[in-house]
Design a protein. Structure first.
Length: 276
C-alpha cells in the first residue's frame, strides 16, 4: 500500500481500499470495495465517465464550484468544460482502525475553504455473506458568507439531481436490477424517496439505506442502463442552503452482499445494519 491509501477490513479480511489524498478529480474515495467472498462492487475511472470513483462524496455545485469532476452543467448551455474544480483535502485522522476511521477534510476552491467535513466510516459484519459500510459526513460552512449546494437539476437539467454520497458499481454485460420496498426498475426508484434502494448484479447485491431522518428525505439518484450507479441526492430539485456557521449531516449505510437478494432479505439486512 502507498502512504496515500488505507485498507478497510471486516471479518478478518480486506473489503475496501480508501485513497485519501486528492486525485486529479479532487476527492478521496473507496475502490475497490468487495463482498466478503471478494467480488468487486465498485468501479474506478470507467470509460463512460472517467471521473466516477468508486464510493465517495461528490457534489457538482458548491457555490458554483465543481466537486464532482468532469464537465459542469450550465443553464441554457449544457455540459461545459470550466476551470471551476474544487478539491477535498485530507487534513488528518481523528481515529484510524482496521474496521473504520474518522477523518477531517477541507473542501477548497480558489484557495478558499468553502466547507469543513467531518467523515466517519465503519465496517460491520452482518452474516457470513454480507457486511455493512456505515458512511456519515457533516459539512460545515465555517466562513462568514452563506452558500448553497446545487446539482445539474437545479441548474436546468431535469432528472439530474445527483450530488452527495455516490456509488459507482461495475458495468457488466447485462444492466443490474434495481428495486426498493415498493417498486422495481430504474423508473420506479430514480428520483423517489424511500428508506432503501437495492442494486443487484452478477453475484452481488448492494442495498443503500438512509440512516437519519434527513437522509431518508433525500431522493435517490439511480442509473442502470447508461451506467450502474446509486446516490443520495442533496439537491435533487432545489438548492440546499448552507448558511454561515451551519452544518449539513447525512448518513448512508450500505449492505454489501454476495449473491442476489430478494426484497424481503434486503429489507431485513437494512433493519439489522441501521440498528447495528
Amino acid at each position: 500500500m502507498t502512504p496515500t491509501s488505507a485498507l478497510l477490513s471486516c471479518a478478518g479480511r480486506p473489503v475496501g481500499r480508501y485513497t485519501y489524498l486528492p486525485t486529479p478529480e479532487g476527492r478521496p474515495y473507496f475502490h475497490p470495495v468487495t463482498t466478503l467472498a471478494g467480488v468487486p462492487v465498485t468501479e474506478e475511472h470507467p470509460a463512460d465517465h472517467l471521473h466516477h470513483l468508486g464510493t465517495s462524496v461528490a457534489v457538482p455545485d458548491v457555490a458554483g464550484h465543481n466537486f464532482w469532476g468532469g464537465r459542469t452543467f450550465v443553464r441554457d448551455q449544457g455540459p461545459t468544460e470550466l476551470d471551476n474544480h474544487g478539491v477535498q483535502r485530507h487534513l488528518g485522522w481523528k481515529l484510524r482502525d482496521p474496521d473504520g476511521f474518522v477523518e477531517e477534510l477541507s473542501w477548497e476552491a480558489d484557495h478558499t475553504e468553502l466547507l469543513r467535513e467531518h467523515r466517519t466510516v465503519a465496517a460491520a459484519q452482518l452474516s457470513d455473506t454480507a457486511w455493512a459500510l456505515d458512511f456519515s459526513f457533516s459539512l460545515t460552512n465555517r466562513g462568514t458568507d452563506d452558500l448553497s449546494i446545487g446539482s445539474p437539476a437545479t441548474n436546468g437539467r431535469p432528472g439530474a439531481g445527483y450530488g452527495g454520497f455516490f456509488w459507482r458499481a461495475p458495468k457488466e454485460p447485462a444492466a443490474p436490477a434495481v428495486f426498493n420496498g415498493f417498486g422495481d426498475g430504474e423508473e420506479a426508484v430514480h428520483g423517489r424517496v424511500a428508506d432503501w434502494v437495492a442494486m443487484t448484479g452478477d453475484g452481488w447485491t448492494l442495498v443503500f439505506a438512509g440512516a437519519t431522518d434527513e437522509t431518508r428525505r433525500d431522493p435517490w439518484f439511480v442509473r442502470t442502463t447508461q451506467y450502474p450507479g446509486v446516490g443520495s441526492s442533496l439537491a435533487a430539485a432545489e438548492r440546499l442552503p448552507v448558511p454561515a456557521g451551519a452544518t449539513v449531516v447525512r448518513r448512508v449505510v450500505t449492505v454489501i452482499a454476495d449473491g442476489r437478494l430478494d426484497r424481503a432479505t434486503a429489507a431485513a439486512y437494512v433493519r439489522r445494519a441501521v440498528t447495528a
